[in-house]
Design a protein around this ligand. Structure first.
Ligand SMILES: Cc1cc2nc3c(=O)[nH]c(=O)nc-3n(C[C@H](O)[C@H](O)[C@H](O)COP(=O)(O)OP(=O)(O)OC[C@H]3O[C@@H](n4cnc5c(N)ncnc54)[C@H](O)[C@@H]3O)c2cc1C
Length: 391
C-alpha cells in the first residue's frame, strides 16, 4: 500500500475529528460506560467517515479499502478504544455484506442511514453457547409467509443498547451448518426484541455491549441479505474486513503505547539517570517498534490483496493473529516500564492494555486465526491448500 496525498488528507481530517469530537469527552464516556452513538455517528457521517469505501449511490465515498484502513488506524488513536470499536462495527463489521449482497431496497433502507450516521448498526453472530464455533449458533429464523419469525439470543453485542438494526446470523433451515444460515437485517425496535442486560467489561468502557433476546420477532423476508443459505459464507467474507480493521486499529494503539512509554521513561529518573538510558529498556522498545512495523507491513499487504479483489483469508488471518499476539505482549511490557504509575487505573497505558486485550479474542480468537492459517497451508493430512473455511 502506497499512501497518496489523498490518503494523507483523509488521515489529517480523521485526526482532527478524533481530537475535537472524541478525545475531549473520552474520560466522561468511559466513566458513563457508554457514548452517545447517534450524536457522534451523525457528525462522523456528515464528514463522510462512515462510508469511505461504500458505494456512492448510498452516500458513500466510493474509495478503495486502503482508505478505510487509514481510517481504522486513526480511530485507534482515540483516547477511548471503545469508541473506535463501535465505529469499526458500523463501518467494517455490520455493513460489508449488506453493501455487497443486499438488494437495492435493503441498502436504501439500512445502509444509506448507516453511512450518514442516522442509524447505528450492530453485528449479531456470537451467542452464549457459540462464539469461535460460528457454525453451531442456535438462533433460528423460520419462514412464515412473507416473514421470518426469529427466536434466539445474541451475546456480547457491541452497540447493543443503542443500535437501530442488527445484521443477524440465523439458521434458516436444518441442513448442513455451513449452508443453512442467512444474514438478516433486524430493526431492533421490532416487537419481541429485548436487551437482556448491558455487560460490564474489563476494558472498552465507552462502548456499550449487550446481550439481546429475540422472541418471535417478525421481519419481512426481503430483509434477508442475498441468497437464503449463504449467510455463513457472507459472514466469512465480512470477517475479513473485521480482521483487517482490528489489525490496523491495533497498529496505532500499539504505536501509542510505545510512544507514551518512551515519553514516560524519558521523564522518569532512577539511579541518577532517565529510565530510557537503560540499555535493556532501549532494546525492548526498539524490538517492540520493529514488531509493530512488521504488523503494519503485513496488514497493508493484506489490504493490497483485498483492494485487488484477491482472496485475503490467509493474509487477513495472519495480520489479525499477529495483532492479537502483540496486543498481549506490547502493552504489558510497556506498562512494566511505567512501574507503579502504570498500574494506576487512570494511566493511559493501563487503559490501552485493557482496551486492546480484546484483539486476541474478538472476531476470531488467536487460536482460530492459527486454525484458519493452518487450513490455508493445507497442514492437516485430510486437506490440500485452501480447504474449507474454519471460521
Ligand atoms: C467486548 C466484546 C465485544 C464483542 N462484540 C461482538 C459483536 O458486536 N458481535 C458479535 O457477534 N460478537 C461480539 N463479540 C464476541 C466475540 O467475537 C467472541 O467472544 C469471540 O469470537 C470468541 O468467542 P467465545 O467468547 O464464545 O469464545 P469460545 O469460543 O468459548 O473460546 C474460548 C477460547 O477458547 C480457545 N479456543 C476456541 N476454539 C479453539 C480451537 N479450535 N483451538 C484452540 N483453542 C480454541 C480460544 O482461546 C478462545 O478465546 C464481542 C466480544 C467482546 C468481549
Amino acid at each position: 500500500m502506497i499512501l497518496t496525498h489523498e490518503h494523507e488528507e483523509l488521515r489529517r481530517s480523521l485526526r482532527r475529528f478524533v481530537e475535537t469530537e472524541i478525545d475531549p469527552f473520552a474520560d466522561a464516556w468511559e466513566e458513563a460506560e457508554i457514548f452517545p452513538a447517534h450524536d457522534l455517528f451523525r457528525k462522523a457521517g456528515a464528514a463522510g467517515f462512515l462510508g469511505i469505501c461504500k458505494p456512492v449511490e448510498y452516500g458513500g465515498l466510493g474509495l478503495d479499502y486502503s482508505y478505510a484502513l487509514v481510517a481504522a488506524e486513526e480511530w485507534g488513536r482515540a483516547l477511548a478504544g471503545g469508541v473506535a470499536t463501535a465505529l469499526g462495527v458500523q463501518t467494517d463489521m455490520a455493513t460489508p455484506a449488506l453493501a455487497k449482497h443486499g438488494s437495492d431496497a435493503l441498502r436504501r433502507e439500512f445502509l444509506a442511514p448507516a453511512i450518514s450516521g442516522e442509524m447505528v448498526a450492530a453485528i449479531g453472530v456470537s451467542e452464549e453457547g457459540a462464539g469461535s464455533d460460528v457454525a453451531s449458533i442456535r438462533t433460528r429464523a423460520t419462514r412464515d409467509g412473507d416473514d421470518y419469525v426469529i427466536n434466539g439470543s445474541k451475546m456480547w453485542i457491541t452497540n447493543g443498547t443503542q443500535a437501530d438494526w442488527i445484521c443477524l446470523l440465523a439458521n434458516t433451515s436444518d441442513g448442513q451448518p455451513h449452508r443453512n444460515k442467512s444474514l438478516i437485517i433486524v430493526p431492533l425496535k421490532s416487537k419481541g426484541v429485548s436487551v437482556a442486560r448491558k455487560l460490564k467489561k474489563l476494558g472498552l468502557h465507552a462502548s456499550d455491549t449487550a446481550q439481546l433476546f429475540f422472541d418471535n420477532v417478525r421481519v419481512p423476508v426481503r430483509n434477508r441479505i442475498g441468497e437464503e443459505g449463504r449467510g455463513f459464507i457472507y459472514q466469512m467474507e465480512q470477517f475479513q474486513e473485521e480482521r483487517l480493521y482490528a489489525a490496523a486499529k491495533a497498529v496505532s494503539m500499539l504505536e501509542t503505547a510505545i510512544a507514551i512509554t518512551v515519553e514516560y521513561t524519558q521523564g522518569r529518573k532512577a539511579f541518577g539517570k532517565p529510565l530510557i538510558d537503560m540499555q535493556t529498556i532501549q532494546h525492548r522498545i526498539a524490538a517492540m517498534h520493529a514488531e509493530v512495523e512488521a504488523l503494519r507491513a503485513i496488514t497493508w499487504s493484506a489490504a493490497d490483496i483485498y483492494v485487488a479483489g484477491g482472496d485475503v483469508t490467509e493474509k487477513a488471518s495472519i495480520a489479525k493473529y499477529l495483532a492479537g499476539k502483540l496486543a498481549l505482549e506490547i502493552p504489558n511490557a510497556c506498562l512494566q516500564f511505567w512501574g507503579g504509575q502504570g498500574y494506576m487505573w487512570e494511566s493511559r497505558i493501563s487503559r490501552i492494555m485493557r482496551d486492546i486485550r480484546l484483539t486476541a479474542i474478538g472476531g476470531g480468537a488467536n487460536e482460530i486465526m492459527l486454525q484458519v492459517i493452518a487450513k490455508q497451508m493445507g497442514l492437516s493430512s485430510a486437506g490440500g491448500r485452501k480447504a474449507a473455511p474454519a471460521q
